[in-house]
Design a protein around this ligand. Sequence first.
Ligand SMILES: Cc1ncc(COP(=O)(O)O)c(C=O)c1O
Length: 441
Amino acid sequence: MTDIDFSLTASPSRRLPVATHASGMRIWDSDGNEWLDACGGAMVMSLGHCHPRLVEAAQKQLEKLTFTYRFSFSNEPMIELAGLIREIAPMDRGWAFFNSSGSESVESAIHLALLYWQHVGQPAKTELISRYPSFHGSTLGALGLSGSRWRQGFEHVLDDNPVAQAPNSDIRSDRTPTEEATFGLREIEIALRARGPENVAAVFLEPISGASAAAVVPPDGYLEGVRALCDKYDVLMICDETVTGFGRTGQWWAVDHWGVQPDIVSYAKGVSSGVTPFSGLAMSGTIADVFAAAPEGFPYGHTYSGNPVGCAVAAEVIRTIRDDDLLANSTEMGKRLSAGLMEIADRSPHIGQVRGRGLLQGLELVTDKESLEPLAGASYRLAGLARDQNLMIYSCPTPLGERVIEAVMLAPPITIDERDIDEIVSRLGDAVEALSPVSPR
Ligand SMILES: Cc1ncc(COP(=O)(O)O)c(C=O)c1O
């Protein structure tokens, strides 16, 4: 193998370890080092690396049928997966649509929403409302929804959709949970009225924030309130569960914590636990009926939509989560992780908040606990210190008004056991300690 990597894919300016094999939460590199992958790369590894059931499902499917084009054929894994998605979907009479990445599925959700309104005779409903901070993907439509630092350099070609602040995203605001819910809902309602509900197709949101804001959980009443606003103004509620779906937060979907039924949900990452690129949508029967009756069905998708290998793996992810009771494990291990992070936070002046649900947990990094001002550059610095401990965590610096919020996130596999949770906490504790001198208890 050549020493030089001529691909721009793996950050050539930094010499990254060359991964050779992996299992569960561990990755080994070509120098023989063992890494603890506590964030699944980018919150991808729901069942860990190379889960035997998923590898077997992929292998079996690879020997039978690797590709069908959706305008020519259906395929058995796709039909089976759509049935399973219907069983777990957070809405009535759920239908599915499949793609290969989170961004593709967000793009498909945009297409679906705009076409839906055309089909039902309201073609003026074309505007999209989203929130900041948020991240919905790298393609220009999905980036246009994102209230994220990745917009920088592309503002001139992006739509100005992220106009509502997500509640609980500013830990310096001095609001009670009820006031925070009211604040967040007012943000959405002001945006709806400013654009005119007759022009608005959908409100997009991550029910629990992922890459942009490190596991910000909304106050009770907020998602229920967004649902009520969408009903009041006849607008679709679209939840991006790319990070939070498939048991990440202890339920199949983050919206399940509040019993909220969105019109469309997009998912990716954990749906295939990194075995194959895969993603999809779940949509209500009300929306699907319109497309099922349309001569062209839903014509927009991508070449690999409904890829049989991805469908077979995703179906096995769902069956494994069920068979091994992994939603309960995500909840239980999430509590243990959160308790460990709280202990680290007690010892450090630089952790302003520990937050999250299940096995999606975030730490916000501050100069001190009184001012809660962001500790400049700390997200990348802490991720670097964790790497020194052979621990991979996800850094999420994100602009919010005049400030850049500094935060890191953890998303270990939902198959994890107590010993590995404790190992993450121990290594992260050492990394946080190296961030600055530990304050006396
Ligand atoms: C909430 C959310 N939506 C969409 C995406 C885009 O997914 P992908 O990178 O698979 O295109 C991401 C990626 O991090 C995400 O966090």
